[in-house]
Write a protein that binds this ligand. Structure first.
Ligand SMILES: Cc1cc2nc3c(=O)[nH]c(=O)nc-3n(C[C@H](O)[C@H](O)[C@H](O)COP(=O)(O)OP(=O)(O)OC[C@H]3O[C@@H](n4cnc5c(N)ncnc54)[C@H](O)[C@@H]3O)c2cc1C
Length: 382
């Protein structure tokens, strides 16, 4: 008998889960509030664990076709002094995969291409979903599994986890943009006092950059690019030039929020949460989207392995909750003890410690987070 799922949310996590379920023969309905599935949010760094997750879902070849990985990665102080630097080949040798900077739209398109159009129901803001997958206003067949992949403000979480912690503002905002500069080859992050500037060359040749800085919640500047230009005027090259070379309208600004506590379970009966709905984390380890992809793989593998959906979800919860909650915690503290230190003495100590640490220490940190082996998905038709 064909089993079926209703997935709420067509972000990275929801689409990956939907594709995986479709590929193991499930009938899938994906319900998305946006009228068109067209990812905003500039670029995203895919760590080796995310690349393994995509391979497990059958995207190995598509990932390799995305483009050339970055040559190296490093960390600098605001005046441009290197604090640490890792060779891209070394990262790949140690971690088994490279790191890839991709445009979010490219990743979305890759996932979307594998999903029959009839599965997608766009322009529907879900306010209620039944355990049978029923969504008011939509004529969906009954579902064995309901997946809440509807991001940090998840309605599915609100409905089935009424006591869940609420999203919380971190006190920091993020600015992100993609510009046409095509000569950069190194992923780099520069730390100042209480702020950071990241540069990620994308596999399509362009450059994605981001900023994280303290800001009042909800605040906006009339011209965000001009504001950043002023804030980073004295930072090392190519930071001011990158800001100058970006159209003002390409600069996105968001408050950085995370789930202000831990869920006790990612599953209740036949309803599961994944991605930001389950564990929205700060972006300092660049892992939110990568973990959403891992979630999707583990969920699909469990659904393929167990006939009983509740049993599959018990397995999914046990596999995913400890790891994602640990990474969310590590990401939070990586921000607090990293770029967001503002006291000059603490900043000097931080920079010295980073400069003196051997590259093997950085590799170990990378390994802890991205050294993940996906489960085999039985019966995956790719
Ligand atoms: C500044 C910044 C930089 C980041 N950088 C990285 C990075 O480099 N690497 C990385 O791995 N992660 C990064 N992240 C985190 C990453 O963006 C998220 O963790 C990831 O997008 C989560 O995917 P998701 O599918 O769980 O949720 P989302 O991407 O939030 O998708 C949820 C989807 O559900 C839809 N939806 C929401 N509510 C409803 C509803 N009620 N009805 C119907 N549809 C609904 C939304 O429209 C959306 O399409 C970053 C985050 C930030 C803020």
């Amino acid at each position: 008998m064909v089993r079926s799922a209703t997935v709420i949310g067509a972000g990275i996590g929801g689409l990956a889960a939907a594709v995986g379920l479709h590929r193991i023969g499930w009938r899938v309905a994906v319900v998305e509030q946006a009228a068109e599935i067209d990812a905003i949010g500039a670029g995203i760094t895919l760590w080796p664990n995310a690349l393994r997750a995509l391979e497990a879902l059958g995207f190995g070849e598509r990932v390799r076709e995305l483009g050339k990985p970055q040559e190296s990665a490093g960390m600098r102080s605001s005046d441009g002094r290197w604090l640490s630097r890792l060779d891209g080949a070394e990262i790949e040798r140690e971690l088994g995969r490279p790191m890839l900077g991709v445009h979010r739209a490219q990743l979305h398109r890759m996932l979307l291409d594998e999903l029959p159009a009839v599965c997608l129901h766009t322009g529907v803001h879900v306010t209620a979903v039944g355990r049978d997958g029923a969504v008011p206003g939509l004529d969906l067949p009954p579902a064995d599994l309901v997946v809440g992949a509807d991001g940090i403000n998840s309605q599915v979480r609100a409905r089935y986890w009424p006591d869940a912690p609420r999203p919380r503002y971190t006190g920091f905002a993020a600015w992100r943009a993609i510009c046409e500069r095509r000569d950069l080859t190194e992923i780099g992050v520069s730390w100042g006092r209480g702020r950071e500037f990241g540069i990620v060359p994308l596999v399509d040749g362009r450059t994605y950059w981001y900023v994280a800085m303290p800001a009042p919640e909800g605040a906006r500047n009339p011209d965000e690019r001009a504001y950043l230009r002023e804030q980073f005027a004295s930072w090392h090259s190519p930071i001011p030039e990158l800001i100058d070379g970006t159209p003002a309208e390409a600069v996105l600004r968001n408050d950085i929020r995370h789930l202000g506590g831990r869920l006790k379970s990612y599953a209740t009966g036949n309803v599961a949460l994944l991605g930001d709905a389950a564990h929205a984390m700060t972006p300092h380890l660049g892992q939110g989207g990568c973990q959403a992809l891992e979630d999707a793989v583990v969920l699909v593998a469990a659904c393929a392995r167990f006939d009983d959906v509740a049993e599959a979800l018990t397995h999914y919860d046990a596999e995913r909750r400890p790891r994602t909650q640990q990474i969310a915690r590590a990401s939070y503290w990586a921000g607090r003890f990293g770029p967001f230190l503002a006291n000059p003495v603490a900043v000097a100590l931080r920079d010295t410690a980073a400069r003196l640490a051997p590259s093997s220490a950085a590799i170990k940190t990378f390994m802890r987070v991205s050294g993940w082996t996906p489960p085999q998905i039985e019966g995956l038709d790719s």
